[in-house]
Design a binder for this molecule. Structure first.
Ligand code: ADP
Length: 710
């Protein structure tokens, strides 16, 4: 709502309030005046009719301005006003009070629907019922107090229907007034004034209707101050519809559920007061039939209220029980499936608390370690089954991955760990320990381990096989190669050209076979960790020079030059292994470079590493093969092995070597333009004891001329 619209509505409301006040004051003046009774009666009839129509129309406008439930509420209130007015008009014209009373009753019921349509009203059926019954108890109690204390001893005269209606009308008024008050406790602030005015209007109707009932339906005639109740009531209703809050404030949040305590306290306080007043008066004068009937209605309402509450609570309880049952069975299913998973996995899984004591073990853990779960739970995991090192000295608990996971909150793995079984036998295990987190707090660790006994056995057999091959194949191959070399060198006399060609082919093949076997053995040894890495500090230049020296012989016939680019930095590495790697990279670069091109080697420190680069201007490597070529027997082209004499194992060996140093190796390439192989190796921690070498770029041409070869 714009600020202007709000101001206009505020002004309209104030003006209406002033008009209503003047109108009420005028009515008071007339009805309390000494004017003849007929004049007063005509005035009253007219005043009630006019105020009712004005109020109903005002509600209609409010309905037009509002939306949703609020629109319905105001429209129903307008309808209630029109129905009430029409009934009264008919009654006045025909002289039958019952028609008027019935119409009035209808109007009140529509009013009740209107109140229940307000956005602040409850949506659940039990709440609506409880509110209505509360209304009956509160309104009934007020009326009862009035009937006993204010109008004692009055007898009703007239037809029974009038009697009943006369009793029901103030009761319904009171219920509506109470409803309005109860709604206020749940409504947003903007609804406060409109609802208060609506409540007030029903209170005023209730007073007038009660007087009407108490004074006697038959003896009643318009023109007394009692009529002020209706006039003022209608005026308040009309005024409520003109209040700016009647259309609601869009931004205001609704209060969802008011505390039922307020309603309960209000209801029972009034009930108790009514009971006290009733008891106090019963001795003085007997209750009027109105009072008695009211009391019965109140008691019934109280009973109904309690019944509704009990039924509602019972339903709630059942609902809750149902939910708890469903949740419990869900949890049970979840727990069962988790247990099933834990019981079915072949890997051992166990948990420890912050102190390192075992909290749970899965069946595989108990089976592999040869304990029963009860033997393990509650015991210190590290002390119970973490086997000591090969020298028999127990691992310090401080360095155990369990301690690290708990203390540092990190996930750690140990590929070559050993656990001690209950029978004293050690088994090789691969372990991963992760910290167990409750939110951000580490409450322990969970450890997964795999029994590697079988895998190690397979490895052992493979190694044995490899060493047999190395011995059994390499020895005869060496003598074949030697013999073929002698033959081709003319040791057995000059061979005829055809025989010489065949011997050369056989010699080349045997050399390739030797290379292949050597490479295979190398891969196996590297991966089995047979050939240990022994790193010491070296200057990068030394390693590169050593490698270039060895490639020189092979680069010359290919017409490829190897140029030394900028080489700086010191590494902590196993020289033999690194030189082997660079020879392989340089060999490949030379092999795959066209005649007349150059291969450039460079190295420079980068972070904690020195990065070496071997760049060629060869055919390049397709992007999808850049990673694959580091696998065993992987080649870009299947003819590479034959034509270039490769085995497809060189890069696999290189990667193994580099990774065992803690570095990385990878390739970048542009097809047709060349490739660059990158190798990172840890920097030397203490580089100062290595003689500083000149680092300026110099060019070493290793393309050897025919003359040098000789
Ligand atoms: P090989 O003994 O076959 O050279 P490698 O493992 O050293 O075995 O290399 C695998 C494959 O990677 C080679 O066969 C070749 O297809 C490709 N490759 C390696 N280096 C280069 C390079 N510098 N340029 C182009 N291709 C290369």
């Amino acid at each position: 709502m714009g600020a202007d619209v709000a101001r206009v509505r505020d002004v309209t409301f104030r003006r209406s309030a002033v008009a209503a006040t003047l109108w009420i004051l005028a009515s008071i003046a007339v009805l309390l005046s000494g004017l003849p009774e007929t004049v007063r009666a005509s005035f009253s009839g007219g005043a009630i009719a006019v105020t009712a129509v004005l109020a109903a129309t005002s509600c209609l406008f409010a309905a037009r301005r509002s939306r949703g439930r609020r629109k319905r509420a105001w429209a129903l209130l307008a309808a209630a006003g029109y129905v009430g007015f029409s009934g009264n008009a008919v009654a006045l014209l025909t002289g039958t009070t019952q028609t008027g009373d019935l119409a009035y009753l209808g109007a009140l019921l529509i009013g009740a629907l209107a109140l229940l349509s307000f956005p602040s009203s409850p949506v659940r059926r039990t709440h609506v019922a409880r509110m209505l019954v509360d209304g009956v108890v509160v309104g009934g109690s007020v009326l009862f107090i009035a009937a006993v204390a204010v109008f004692p001893g009055r007898e009703m005269v007239g037809a029974w229907l009038s009697y009943v209606i006369a009793l029901v009308l103030p009761l319904v008024d009171a219920v509506l007034a109470t409803l309005a008050v109860l709604l206020i406790t749940r409504s947003s602030r903007s609804d406060f004034v409109p609802l208060l005015l609506v409540g007030l209007s029903f209170v005023l109707y209730a007073l007038a209707d009660l007087s009407y009932a108490a004074l006697g339906v038959a003896a009643f005639s318009l023109g007394s101050p009692v009529d002020l109740g209706w006039i003022t009531g209608y005026a308040m209703g009309g005024l409520a519809a003109r209040h700016p809050g009647a259309v609601g404030a869009a931004s205001e949040p609704r209060r969802d559920e008011s505390s039922p305590v307020v309603a309960t306290v209000l209801t029972f306080s009034l009930f108790i007061v009514a009971a006290a007043v009733g008891v106090a008066n019963v001795a003085g004068a007997p209750w009027s039939p109105v009072a008695t009937a009211l009391w019965i209605v109140i008691l019934l309402a109280v009973a109904a209220r309690q019944t509704i509450l009990v039924v509602h609570n019972e339903r709630l309880r059942r609902e809750l029980e149902g939910r708890v049952r469903a949740r419990t069975s869900e949890l049970r299913t979840m727990t069962q499936s988790t247990e099933l998973v834990l019981a079915s996995v072949a890997d051992g899984i166990y948990g420890v608390d912050r102190a390192g004591k075992v909290t749970f073990v899965n069946p595989a853990t108990a089976r592999v370690l040869g304990y029963s779960p009860a033997d393990l739970v509650g015991h210190d995991a590290h002390e119970t089954f973490h086997a000591p090192g090969p020298d028999g000295v127990p691992f310090p608990a401080d360095g155990c991955y369990i301690t690290e996971a708990v203390r540092d909150g990190v996930t750690t793995s140990a590929e070559e760990d050993r656990y001690r079984r209950s029978d004293g036998k050690d088994i090789p295990v691969e372990v991963t320990a992760s910290s167990l987190l409750d939110g951000a707090v580490v409450i322990g660790a969970v450890v997964v381990f795999r029994d590697m006994t079988q895998r190690r056995e397979v490895d052992r057999l493979k190694n044995a096989f490899v060493s047999v091959i190395s011995h059994e194949l390499r020895t005869p191959l060496t003598s074949i190669r030697g013999s073929l070399g002698l033959l081709s060198g003319g040791a057995a006399g000059e061979l005829d050209p055809q025989a010489a060609r065949m011997v050369t082919i056989a010699l080349e093949s045997s050399e390739r076979l030797t290379r292949l076997i050597n490479d295979m053995l190398d891969v196996e040894w590297m991966e089995a960790g047979v050939s240990p890495i022994e790193p010491i500090d070296h200057s990068a230049r030394d390693l590169v020079d050593a490698a270039i020296d060895q490639v020189r012989g092979m680069a010359a016939p290919e017409g490829v030059s190897v140029r030394l680019g900028e080489v700086t930095g010191h590494v902590h590495a196993d020289a033999d292994r690194m030189v082997q790697t660079f020879i392989n990279l340089l060999g490949n670069a030379v092999k795959f470079s066209p005649r007349g091109s150059e291969v450039v080697v460079s190295a420079r420190p980068s972070g904690a590493f020195v990065e070496f680069r071997v760049a060629d201007r060869g055919r390049g490597i397709p992007p999808d093969r850049l990673e694959a070529i580091f696998g065993r027997f992987e080649q870009v082209d299947t003819t590479d092995a034959r034509e270039k004499g490769g085995t497809g194992l060189g890069l696999a060996i290189s990667r193994s070597i580099v990774e065992r140093h803690g570095g990385r190796i990878w390739a970048t390439s542009t097809l047709g333009e060349g490739s660059t192989f990158h190798v990172t190796v840890p920097r030397a921690e203490t580089a100062n004891h290595i003689a500083a070498r000149a680092t300026e770029t110099d060019l070493i041409d290793v393309s050897v001329t025919e003359k040098e070869m000789e």
